[in-house]
Ligand binder design. Structure first.
Ligand code: PLP
Length: 446
């Protein structure tokens, strides 16, 4: 058994280089909120090897961040590396269209049930921003409906969270941090996640709504039964004549080859992609019904919207993405194995918590998972507002000290390079760390 103070001391002792870099960089380099782990100071990664990362001090960790979910095949996969290397021989950035774009566009068109047309950009944030613009252009309406607990990227239209004091069935949006124009608030309709009241609000505001937009699975709250709500939502939007969009930036090529659309049997009018699609290089994509996507064919088009970007569709990303996606298409067994591994991990951790009366739970959909540090059931993020932060922090510190890296965002993933031995090790580390936090009495502090 170890205390959290001992785990912190041990981590400090074995990460002096990370600590020195953390002190050094503070003058000139400010990191983004979710960019790293702050336990006990940021850990700086030197290299990735399959399902592992190695930090600046040579410590090796099982990596459950895998690039915030994007390395489905693990780090430095030989096929992706070869595709990137081959591309660099011929030049990697031209701005204008290249032959490399068609390969990945065709793969996405075949994989995504709604993808009659494809537009590439550079990040998931850009993709959702363009999806909002396309829906506004197409519909002539301005309001976008999103769900309590969502994340659609860092642009101003997506930086809204729910006012915790607002009613569960009528959540009010408040900006996430400063710098978000108050005027944009009127363009957001916040809906309650997985509550029937959302359908009533959509019906009530249908005439103003350009788009109802939802993550295929909320990364903050991954739950296997998310599909029922998605399917009903699609029906309500259709009946109201409102465009329905699914954000597949995380779920695309992750919860199934065809994303949440395939896993849950639901078809949106528009979908956004990122992460896995780019094979580890920056990417975003907007896909959807041909008539909606026509707005992207230029400003002269009926209701045409602007889209662009120096790096959009660049050949290096296209080739890395093609290598990743074609490998996943040719190896469907990866999804079967990762789903089973995710189930085994969650069953073991949840079984352990139940047997020891530890108030914690793991939620997961296939290979994406998230720990909650509370006994009360979690259906939406509203239910998690009282989770035990002290226990959570201590747990991740113990896990890191035992060689398991969980990202600072707490959204965690398995990848194809995690074999049975790594799953065994994750179960062992998570259960031992939960027991340590429990034995130290940290679960009692709420
Ligand atoms: C569902 C979802 N949409 C959009 C984004 C934004 O993607 P990016 O970080 O590439 O801008 C993210 C990022 O995690 C995401 O999870």
């Amino acid at each position: 058994m170890a205390s959290v103070a001992e785990a912190r001391e041990a981590l400090l002792a074995k990460t002096p280089r990370s600590q020195a870099i953390a002190q050094d960089r503070s003058e000139i380099l400010n990191s983004g909120l979710a960019a790293n782990l702050e336990m006990p100071h940021p850990i700086f990664i030197q290299r990735g090897e399959g399902g592992y990362v190695v930090d600046a001090d040579g410590n090796r960790y099982i990596d459950t961040s895998v690039g915030f979910g994007l390395h489905m095949l693990g780090h430095a996969h030989p096929e992706i590396k070869a595709a990137i290397q081959a591309r660099t021989e011929e030049g990697w950035m031209f701005g204008i269209h290249t032959t490399a774009q068609m390969g990945l566009a065709n793969l996405l068109h075949e994989a995504s049930p709604c993808a009659e047309r494809v537009v590439f950009c550079n990040t998931g944030s850009e993709a959702t921003m363009y999806a909002f613009r396309a829906a506004r252009g197409f519909s002539g309406r301005e309001k976008i409906a999103v769900f309590d607990g969502f994340y659609h990227g860092a642009h101003d239209y997506g930086m809204w969270i729910t006012d915790p004091g607002s009613p569960a069935d009528a959540p009010e949006p408040v900006p996430m941090g400063h710098g978000i124009p108050a005027a944009l608030r009127d363009l957001v309709l916040m809906l309650p996640y997985r509550r029937a009241a959302a359908f009533d609000l959509i019906r009530k505001h249908a005439d103003e709504l350009a788009l109802v937009f939802i993550e295929g699975v909320q990364s903050s709250n991954p739950q296997e039964d998310a599909g029922e709500f998605l399917r009903e939502l699609a029906e309500v939007c259709r009946a109201c004549g409102v465009l329905f969009g699914i954000d597949e930036v995380i779920t695309g090529f992750r919860v199934a080859y065809g994303g949440a659309q395939q896993r849950f049997g639901v078809q949106p009018d528009i979908a956004t992609y990122g992460k896995v699609l780019g094979g580890g290089l920056p990417i975003g994509a907007i896909t959807g019904r041909a008539d909606v996507m026509r707005v992207f064919t230029g400003l002269a088009a009926e209701r045409g919207v602007f889209s662009g970007g120096t790096f959009s569709g660049n050949p290096l990303t296209m080739e890395a993405g093609r290598a990743m996606v074609s490998h996943l298409r040719d190896h469907p067994e990866i999804y079967v194995r990762l789903d089973a591994a995710g189930d085994r991990l969650a069953d073991a951790v949840n079984g352990f918590c139940q047997s020891r009366q530890i108030p914690a739970q793991m939620k997961h959909v296939g290979s994406m998972f998230h720990m909650f540090f509370q006994r009360a059931p979690v259906r939406s993020m509203r239910d998690a507002s009282n989770h035990n932060v002290a226990a959570e922090k201590a747990f991740y510190l113990h896990a890191l000290n035992r060689g398991v890296l969980v990202p600072g965002t707490q959204r965690a993933f398995l990848c194809a390079a995690h074999g049975e031995a790594e799953i065994d090790r994750l179960i062992d580390v998570f259960c031992t760390s939960l027991a340590d936090v429990h034995n130290e009495g940290l679960f009692e502090e709420v």
